[in-house]
Write a protein that binds this ligand. Structure first.
Ligand code: GLC
Ligand code: GLC
Length: 671
């Protein structure tokens, strides 16, 4: 371990040692696919040094390092041989145009297969609707085999290679991926790689006492280690189970050796029975965390990942990235090892499925969110800060925190992009930085309490109808559930108020969508929001869902309501038309491509201003977050040279005195 290593040289030496062995082991496949072997050999020469460096940094202390490395290379080659021709062609196209996702044509949507269309076959029949909306990216929530009972909306995966039977089959998924691609839509799916369900074959064999499988998880014989770890851990689902560990009844365990009865000679008989161990379960007790300290886990997950890529999945949403590496004495979130691990998976996809992109799901402190984003790690990332601060601006009618975040935390490497959203299947966590808030004189924790009260519908004058999620009575933490429309005031306006408030709610929905369409990056619509779906309270009667308020914003698609989307006198029609107009705005103007954005200080606390820049084009955007008219001064208009510009969106013009007067909750673009 003390020799200085020149890793790139060692990498090539290693590759040269391993390739001849692969050529023997895979001789038959190489013979039938010589072209394929040539392609992957070239990619190995190019990318193996990086993979080697990362794998070495994770696993070099293992006595069996070389065994696992060879095993990994074999898996990559086998996955490549199985990659269908159309996907190999896509690999090539994407290698030639790696920044395809920066186009202003790109628009994302996300839905549950069963809730949106019953099953995969039903979903195929919705492709025309996706095209009508303008989607080019469709994220299907987890569709994998899962436990029949509680399964965290599919985030407890029992097999990465099987579709949950009521939804269809893996062949149907691959067909759907092709249909979508033919319609210009990239399929996005989850790689739930932090944990498996307790019904995954790996977990079942671990429970049965097989050591190789127990080593795939974090399983401890007693509370000593769990207690030591828990001293530094945050509770993620505190309403469900305290701490991060769950007792595990191990079957067939040898509990003791009892001496043979007297007179039968010397010896012992093993006594088997049940024994309690402890398994790490960050989320629910049926979701077992995988142990990536074990290289076999990395290798097996790389195989699952490439299997999905070979079905036609073009973007993998890496679920719960913050938690995948653990180290005693730390909070086990966002550790350096998590980054190394994802970079190693990235090197794997460069070799065996280069068309594949990663999107990180890190709903954590903004300092940590950005660390996952780079061409070498995740090319795409959810933007939870923008999401939370859009809701913050609607509640406070002020744009200070939002402006600060966009000014200081938005810029990314130009080869990467934000995925901007207003709602998703999860709760809203107020993940802004306390230090940022303090700079504006705001106490972060007090402000979070305010936001929780506001969106739970308890703060005086609130328009929101949201629900608490995972309220932690020990720490006072709480997150918020609810659909976009219910949080934006539509539910309350329809049930308790009247047309004026309905109009304001619709404007709020349009306003925050207007920002995600234009601010830079990929906009992602949580399907159902485009017709203003309200909270569904029926989850309370559902035994498996009643403890999880996130089901309030996971209603089945109401296709009657969808038929009203073209009728401008209906609420659905009004929401849909405004969103469609915003989508057209994005798609018609190349200035909304890429992610280059500059803040325009508006000198009005209620008005957000920014400029978008692309290839020499410039567009200026103003968004009024208050329910009253708001001016943008003649000075600001002049400084930005807007007088002669055409208005690309909105209803207000620059007046004779040179000022721009924005209507309540109005969004205007000049370019
Ligand atoms: C992610 C998912 C969430 C799930 C959790 C555990 O955060 O978005 O729905 O509960 O991972 O898999
Ligand atoms: C945790 C995860 C986050 C997820 C949430 C599910 O907070 O960090 O990714 O959205 O759980 O509610």
């Amino acid at each position: 371990m003390t020799l200085p290593l020149f890793l790139d040289r060692e990498a090539l030496r290693t590759l040269n040692r391993l390739l001849p062995r692969l050529e023997i082991n895979l001789a038959e496949r190489i013979e039938t696919d010589a072209e394929g072997w040539k392609t992957i050999s070239i990619r190995l020469q190019r990318h193996f040094p990086l993979l080697f460096r990362l794998y070495y940094s994770l696993y070099s202390s293992r006595y069996d390092f070389f065994f696992h490395l060879e095993d990994l290379l074999t898996s990559l080659a086998c996955a490549w041989f199985q990659r269908p021709a159309d996907l190999r062609a896509l690999d090539q196209a994407r290698e030639e145009n790696p920044l395809w996702f920066q186009s202003n044509q790109v628009l994302g949507g996300v839905c549950y297969v069963d809730l949106f269309a019953g099953n995969l076959e039903g979903l195929r029949s919705k492709v025309p609707y996706f095209q009508e909306l303008g989607l080019t990216y469709l994220h299907l929530m987890p569709f994998f085999k899962r436990p029949e009972g509680e399964n965290d909306g599919g985030y407890a995966v029992s097999s990465y290679r099987e579709v949950h039977p009521p939804l269809g089959t893996m062949d149907q998924l691959a067909l759907l991926a092709r249909d979508l691609r033919a319609a210009g839509i990239s399929l996005v799916a989850d790689l739930v790689f932090n944990h498996t369900s307790d019904e995954h074959i790996w977990a079942l064999r671990a429970r049965a006492g097989e050591p190789d499988f127990q080593e795939m998880y974090y399983i401890f014989p007693d509370r000593t280690m769990p207690d030591a770890y828990e001293r530094h851990l945050r509770e993620i689902f505190p309403e469900e189970h305290p701490g991060a560990f769950t007792p595990l009844l191990e079957e067939n365990h040898i509990t003791a050796f009892s001496p043979l009865p007297k007179g039968e000679g010397l010896g012992e008989v093993p006594q088997s029975g049940m024994r309690v161990k402890w398994v790490w379960t960050t989320f629910h007790d049926y979701q077992w965390d995988l142990n990536y300290v074990n290289p076999a886990v990395f290798n097996r997950m790389a195989e699952e990942m490439l299997f999905l890529a070979n079905q036609g999945v073009e973007i993998l949403r890496l679920d719960a990235v913050a938690f995948i590496w653990k180290q005693l004495g730390t909070n086990c979130e966002n550790l350096p090892g998590a980054h190394t691990l994802i970079q190693a998976f990235n090197a794997v996809r460069r070799i065996a499925a280069p068309a594949l992109l990663f999107k990180s799901e890190a709903i954590v402190h903004p300092d940590e969110v950005v660390k996952y984003i780079s061409p070498q790690e995740c090319q795409l990332s959810y933007n939870p800060l923008l999401m939370a601060l859009l809701w913050n601006s609607l509640a406070t009618r002020k744009v200070r925190l939002l402006t600060q975040a966009l000014a200081t935390r938005f810029k990314l490497d130009p080869a990467t992009a934000w995925v901007n959203y207003v709602r998703c299947h999860d709760d809203i966590g107020w993940t802004f930085s306390n230090e940022d808030a303090a700079r504006l004189g705001v106490n972060g924790n007090d402000h979070r309490s305010f936001l929780n009260e506001f969106y739970r519908g308890r703060f005086p004058g609130t328009f929101a109808r949201g629900l608490p999620f995972q309220e932690n009575l020990k720490t006072g933490d709480c997150r918020i559930s609810g659909t976009c429309a219910s949080l934006a005031g539509l539910e309350k306006a329809l049930n308790e108020e009247g047309p004026q408030e309905v109009e304001l709610a619709i404007r709020r929905i349009a306003l925050i969508h207007a920002i995600i369409m234009t601010v830079g990056g990929i906009p992602l619509i949580y399907l159902g929001d485009e017709i203003g779906m309200l909270n569904d309270y029926s989850y309370r009667d559902h035994p498996q869902h009643k403890r999880d308020s996130r089901w309030a914003h996971r209603p089945p698609a109401d296709w009657d309501a969808y038929t009203r989307r073209d009728d401008p006198v209906t609420v659905e029609g009004r929401v849909f038309q405004r969103l469609k107009d915003l989508i057209s705005l994005r798609k018609e103007h190349p200035v909304f491509a890429g992610g280059e954005m500059e803040i325009i200080p508006t000198e009005n606390v209620h008005v957000l201003g920014y400029a978008r820049l692309h290839n020499g084009d410039r567009a200026a955007v103003f968004a009024n977050f208050s329910e009253s008219e708001q001016p943008v001064s003649a000075k600001v208009i002049e400084q930005n040279n807007l007088a002669g510009k055409s208005r690309l969106f909105g209803g207000s013009d620059i007046s004779a005195n040179g000022e721009l007067l924005l209507k309540p909750l109005e969004f205007v673009v000049f370019g």
